[in-house]
Ligand binder design. Structure first.
Ligand SMILES: Nc1ncnc2c1ncn2[C@@H]1O[C@H](COP(=O)(O)OP(=O)(O)OP(=O)(O)O)[C@@H](O)[C@H]1O
Ligand SMILES: [Mg+2]
Length: 276
């Protein structure tokens, strides 16, 4: 199943945030979307997930048009996402955060749950076991009964990805998953995300952390002023002078891009620590 953008456009009043973007994202691959602040990266994620409407163009999953569908219909078609600013259910436990989003076996069987309590109990324990397994995968099992809002910031980031995964998504959209993480946490996240690469899953990661992007991604899309500036492998992106110029105007090597990205990370880190 391939995710396709065709002549995609998003306009906020006079501001054109996405300008005629056409590209596709393949299963089995990890795609990065990079670009300076305001380039339109989150807008692409938000339109794909149905959080924002599309001004023009099309988004197709497996040939089927998904733009214009309701948010829950898009989620049901197998698209899950995380947010640039974490949006967990803070008052619920880590495990409950996953359980409420758990997708596969319960759907359409609610009458059995009502009429046959043993079935319901079995379903619940199956759901719980599946969610615990995902928590374990992310090293979060010790936090299962803790309120999500009380988790350390880095663990909340992991929990948000875990919550997206319980929906068993065919398309996983991650908006700045490493924002606010320290180097150790980012390395841990990079390793986990690598394990999520799967032949039948499209992965798209918007990220400013160049080490993560260059290590993890098979293909990188570079956005600039709402346009798709470049698409290629990490090596091709690093060699592209267009990309270097887009990032800094005067950049002449990848180290400068890294420095710009690092400054952005630090800025987000400050924002993260200021969270109540
Ligand atoms: N809800 C909105 N209403 C109006 N303008 C918006 C909205 N969301 C985004 N924009 C504008 O669209 C453009 C692209 O924003 P977007 O958030 O997609 O950028 P980004 O690449 O994700 O940037 P960053 O790296 O800072 O997260 C910007 O000019 C931004 O101001
Ligand atoms: Mg963004």
């Amino acid at each position: 199943m391939t995710l396709v953008f065709q002549n995609l456009r998003k306009q906020y009043g006079a501001n054109v945030a996405i300008d005629d973007v056409s590209t596709s994202f393949e299963p089995g691959r990890i795609h990065g979307i990079i670009g300076p602040n305001g380039a339109g990266k989150s807008t692409l994620i938000n339109m794909t997930a149905g959080s924002y409407t599309v001004s023009a163009g099309e988004i197709r999953l497996d040939g089927r048009r998904i733009d214009g569908l309701k948010k829950y219909e898009i989620a049901n078609s197998g698209i899950a996402r995380t947010y640039q600013n974490i949006r967990l259910f803070d008052q619920m436990t880590a495990l409950e955060n996953l359980e409420v989003c758990y997708y596969p076996t319960d759907v359409g069987k609610s009458w059995r749950e009502i009429l046959w309590p043993p079935y319901s109990r079995r379903q619940k324990s199956r759901r719980r076991a599946a969610c615990m397994e995902i928590l374990r995968f992310f090293g979060l099992e010790g936090y299962a009964e803790a309120e999500a809002g009380s988790l350390p910031y880095g663990r909340q980031r992991m929990l948000e990805i875990a919550r997206a995964l319980v929906m068993n998504p065919r398309v996983l959209l991650l908006d700045e998953p490493a924002a606010g993480l320290n180097h150790h946490e980012t390395a841990e996240l990079t390793a986990k995300l690598a394990e999520l690469r799967s032949p039948d899953r499209v992965m798209i990661i918007v990220e400013h952390d160049m080490d993560l992007v260059m290590t993890l991604c098979d293909i990188i899309v570079v956005m600039h002023h709402g346009k798709l500036l470049f698409k290629g492998t990490p090596a091709e992106v690093q060699a592209s002078t267009d990309v270097q110029l887009a990032y800094l105007g005067t950049a002449n090597d990848i180290d400068e891009i890294r420095a710009a990205a690092e400054a952005r990370r630090a800025q987000l880190g400050i924002r993260a620590r200021q969270r109540p």
